[in-house]
Design a protein around this ligand. Sequence first.
Ligand SMILES: NC(=O)C1=CN([C@@H]2O[C@H](COP(=O)(O)OP(=O)(O)OC[C@H]3O[C@@H](n4cnc5c(N)ncnc54)[C@H](OP(=O)(O)O)[C@@H]3O)[C@@H](O)[C@H]2O)C=CC1
Ligand SMILES: O=C1O[C@H](COP(=O)(O)O)[C@@H](O)[C@H](O)[C@H]1O
Length: 486
Amino acid sequence: MNDLDPCVFVLFGATGDLTRRKLTPALYALHREGLLPKDFVVLAYARRDKDDLVFRADLKANMAEFAPSIPLDKWDSFEQRCFYVRGEFDSPEGFAALRTKLESLDTETNTHHNWLFYMAIPPEQYEGVVGHLGAAGLSRRGMTEQGWARVIVEKPFGYDLETSRHLNAALLEHFTEDQVYRIDHYLGKETVQNILFFRFANEIFEPLWNHKYVDHVQITVAEKIGVEGRGNFFDATGMTRDVLQNHALQIVSLVAMEPPVRLDANAIRDEKVKAIRGIRPIPREDVHKLTVRGQYDSYRHEEGVPPGSDTETFVAMKFHMDNWRWAGTPFYVRCAKAMPKRTTEVAVQFRAIPQVLFAKMKRDEVQPNVLVLRIQPDEGIFLQMGAKQPGPDMTLHPVNLGFLYRDEFKDMPIADAYERLILDTIRGDASLFARGDEVEAAWKLLTPVLEAWKERPHDVQPYFTGTWGPEKASTLLEPGQTWREP
Ligand SMILES: NC(=O)C1=CN([C@@H]2O[C@H](COP(=O)(O)OP(=O)(O)OC[C@H]3O[C@@H](n4cnc5c(N)ncnc54)[C@H](OP(=O)(O)O)[C@@H]3O)[C@@H](O)[C@H]2O)C=CC1
Ligand SMILES: O=C1O[C@H](COP(=O)(O)O)[C@@H](O)[C@H](O)[C@H]1O
């Protein structure tokens, strides 16, 4: 056991997809590994007529469906920690009953009035639930002497700049920013966290990490799958809102940021928000030159997608950075579904050599160095170098230096991102969570682009499933640059 604060994990959305697919396995895995606080209980607040026993059976069924490989050897002790209270989201009486239940759990289970509220619910319900928590005295804004209250909010954090500001204001009416944990599950991925370690624990790369040595950076978030039955949700959202605004921009900020003054939540997030603010706004007249949208061929036949939909399943953007470190080094970001493979990577392409020694070779025979941070799958880091191919000729051959997590950390499987992030909320460490100003900075950059796209809906280019997207994406690149095939 550990010295984490005891607490109650109050779950809103106990029957939802996120709870079934992600939260149940993560909570149980943490319990099984002995990583939860000794005194820790899960309390679901939901509208369906159930009791503790039915709720526990449902959780067990989630494990069978979504995490069958995790042994249930410690299930009995886990389910003893799980409770259910019935209530509506719009009922003050329901929230009063929740308060009574919390207080009785605090006494019975020694959870010290520490409450963690998880919003695994549709975003349109956030404001109402948070308001009721405030009205019932559960948010305990600014009160610390009686234990802590924290709220975990799931993406999307708004739909554009205005709605994100509205959501932040609604949260801050009842909680302080320090109490709010906005989850972006990419930040819980081991290899995304490793971007920070790789950059700031290795002296050799930091001097090269700037416009003088880096020609450009490519960030790819590619999924092999299409919308997989989520057509309704996805068609109203699109790839830009679903992935680029959050996951991809979080990666951009970690790659582009300056070293934080210390490794704490606000110092890290101060630098990340500066990095996002450093991206040059895309003027309306340049939107069609700096962004490309695509849609995979069978998208309009997916369930829930209207026949004439112009929603993008592929998006690529070119970002110029208006800061000292990256001036003149573009960042290319592409996020897409129905790609040839599932892969997320950062490729830092260094500048070409001056060509003096190899003047007789064609330019593209001397490939510039590329550093690839592979975030998933086959997590690892590779540095592409040029080496002499054995033999009588002076032939250059690209080779890789690198490591794979699965070889290097054999007995340390990579945990699911939700495990790490839930643990951090209990620890009270918000380093891997998006702060309100970061989210707003991202929307400030993208909202004008989304607005401009509305005027040119037919710019969405078709592409074949299993290809790297529309040809037009290459028009974003500068001469001599090509999109990588990860
Ligand atoms: N699913 C995923 O993989 C991911 C989800 N998210 C985010 O997580 C959140 C939840 O998503 P997801 O689980 O997919 O959503 P679901 O629609 O599957 O689940 C919603 C949950 O909220 C409950 N709920 C909705 N309205 C009410 C209401 N008026 N009163 C009481 N309960 C209500 C539902 O209860 P009931 O069963 O009674 O209707 C259900 O438990 C969303 O914000 C989503 O964007 C983020 C990343 C990934
Ligand atoms: O948030 C989301 O992310 C997933 C991709 O996550 P990954 O961990 O599998 O890379 C994406 O499929 C989904 O549309 C989006 O909402």
